[in-house]
Design a binder for this molecule. Structure first.
Ligand SMILES: [Zn+2]
Length: 414
């Protein structure tokens, strides 16, 4: 926001004084936490590439060609799909039809939540990127496992594939780092007094993202035909039918069928527990790749719609891998611990990412691009906690935060 607009914007001032007084914004007339400078911009443009992306693609192509492997249609992925769907079905059936005590219910809710998150990390994520199979129909069908989990695969493909993958960590364009007034994940976002405590309370709020997705976000995005600053077409015809059918299937599985066998408050309680655990697991895993101390949060070059780095460099430097040698986590997370490789090659099945990471690290070293990975899951979780604490500290306005962040990056790159 320019200084002139900032001074004459009544909404901003009234919102600011409410935030000052209460430490928390009350019903702003428009979402001032969005990056309004970015909202006024047109399509964002990346700097030109000095051959980095081309060399990455050449070496990865050479890897698959040399070994005679297909980037998609992996037997390991099909076996994992069977294991995940079996785990999900067994947990659901036992929870709804066989559980007879509260601790049965608790254990099975956790098991169901883990299976749901696993399907989200592996099957739907690959399939909605087109990384599951060469055949579009199979990708589409497997991508609809997300609808079974309560979120629209149609909205996801716009929100995640297009906006998040093109513009990671660019506030106002990447919906994943927009928690509204509840959290400050980027230096470009305004700070409210309540953010001082965000490193403590956000973990619990992550749990509410599941129900928010089920009941609010998908409907809101479709009705407004908008995700963050980006316009999206409303689904029509088959796409609309799939979305409404998916929601109907999910609400039947989550609420209607269980209510035929149990009291309504028991159904709501176990829906809430399962959805909360799914929300926490999904959110934390996605945050560990981008919202950590080691990730960049670039600002547009002043007065332009120009991103300072080339697209592939931007992807690497706004993303951080974690636990690359942990085989169990790599199996369960579907390569979300190899998000640098995923952002560079989203149409390659995740089972190949550990091998691709060797190539990507080598090319990054040759081109002087910073590649960062946490050795362990705990290291990444602690880094996310420290990043939340840093973003919640009283450091004045978003403008002055930009210079603070530049200084910070300079310190850590030594
Ligand atoms: Zn993705």
């Amino acid at each position: 926001m320019s200084r002139r607009n900032f001074l004459t914007d009544f909404n901003w001032w009234s919102h600011y004084f409410r935030a000052l007084h209460w430490g928390f914004p009350r019903k702003p007339r428009r979402p001032v936490w969005k990056n309004q400078e970015l909202e006024r911009q047109g399509k964002l443009e990346f700097a030109s590439d000095a051959g980095f992306h081309g060399e990455l693609k050449r070496r990865v192509h050479e890897y698959f060609h040399h070994l005679g492997l297909s980037p998609r249609d992996s037997l390991r992925m099909y076996l994992k799909t069977a294991a995940m769907l079996l785990w999900f079905s067994a947990s659901y059936a036992l929870l709804v039809f066989a559980a007879t005590s509260w601790w049965h219910g608790m254990l099975l809710s956790f098991s169901l939540a883990l299976a749901m998150a696993g399907i989200g990390f592996t099957i739907q994520h690959d399939a909605n990127h087109g990384a599951y199979s060469r055949k579009g129909a199979i990708n589409h069908l497997m991508g609809m496992t997300l609808d079974m989990l309560g979120a629209s695969s149609y909205v996801w493909r716009w929100k995640h594939n297009v906006f998040h993958h093109t513009y990671p960590n660019l506030s106002g364009a990447d919906d994943d780092i927009d928690l509204g007034p509840f959290g400050r994940l980027s230096p470009a976002q305004p700070r409210y007094r309540i953010h001082r405590f965000q490193q403590f309370y956000l973990w619990a709020l992550y749990g509410l993202l599941g129900p928010k997705w089920h009941f609010v976000d998908d409907f809101k995005n479709v009705m407004q035909a908008r995700i963050a600053r980006n316009r999206v077409p409303r689904p029509r015809g088959w796409r609309l039918l799939e979305m409404t059918g998916g929601k109907a299937l999910f609400f039947s599985l989550a609420l209607v069928i269980p209510a035929l066998f149990h009291r309504w408050w028991v159904v709501l309680l176990f829906y809430a527990i399962t959805a909360f655990v799914v929300g926490v697991i999904l959110s934390v895993v996605f945050q560990l790749a981008h919202c950590v101390e080691e990730a960049d949060f670039p600002q547009l070059l002043p007065g332009t719609n120009q991103v300072p780095s080339a697209w592939a460099v931007h992807q690497v430097q706004t993303t951080v891998d974690f636990a690359p040698r942990n085989r169990l986590l790599t199996w369960y997370l579907g390569g979300l611990n190899f998000q640098i490789e995923h952002h560079l090659f989203p149409k390659v099945c995740h089972v190949h990412y550990p091998h691709l990471s060797v190539i990507v690290r080598a090319v990054c070293a040759e081109f002087g691009v910073r590649y960062t990975a946490h050795d362990r899951l705990l290291g990444a979780v602690c880094s996310h906690w420290r990043w939340l604490r840093r973003m919640g500290r009283p450091t004045a306005t978003p403008q002055s935060d930009a210079s603070f962040f530049t200084t910070y990056r300079a310190e850590t790159s030594l």
